[in-house]
Design a protein around this ligand. Sequence first.
Ligand SMILES: NC(=O)c1ccc[n+]([C@@H]2O[C@H](COP(=O)([O-])OP(=O)(O)OC[C@H]3O[C@@H](n4cnc5c(N)ncnc54)[C@H](OP(=O)(O)O)[C@@H]3O)[C@@H](O)[C@H]2O)c1
Length: 102
Amino acid sequence: MSIVVTGATGSLGRLVVDELLRGGVPAGRIVALARDERKAAPLAALGVEVRLADYDRPETLEAAFGAGDRVLLISGSEIGRRVPQHTAVVEAAARAGVAQLA
Ligand SMILES: NC(=O)c1ccc[n+]([C@@H]2O[C@H](COP(=O)([O-])OP(=O)(O)OC[C@H]3O[C@@H](n4cnc5c(N)ncnc54)[C@H](OP(=O)(O)O)[C@@H]3O)[C@@H](O)[C@H]2O)c1
């Protein structure tokens, strides 16, 4: 059971990951969702598990979540794309059986 932060390579996502670590959550319990492996390298260096997924490619979201995970969905910034993108994330999280989605 992990805490999954989407948009983890962005400004808010990185702050959230840092704050979780500072608050004592073990790095091994945190999953950073990112679409760019290179941008996620600094997160991986912290010991956080990086999973690659793109809101625009629902098939990549299938392995993003696990049953019982707690998920923070951080919105993308593409105006006009956000409803389908976020719908894809919410549906994948529901299928996986996450415990909480914020
Ligand atoms: N910063 C502010 O002051 C502020 C204020 C109000 C609202 N917001 C909103 O809050 C949200 C987060 O803000 P932020 O400053 O953290 O934005 P940000 O730095 O642009 O981060 C957005 C994150 O979403 C990821 N992302 C975008 N499209 C994606 C996609 N198709 N698939 C997977 N990941 C995707 C980005 O990945 P990449 O790193 O690969 O690009 C990045 O990690 C945004 O929606 C923004 O509009 C921000």
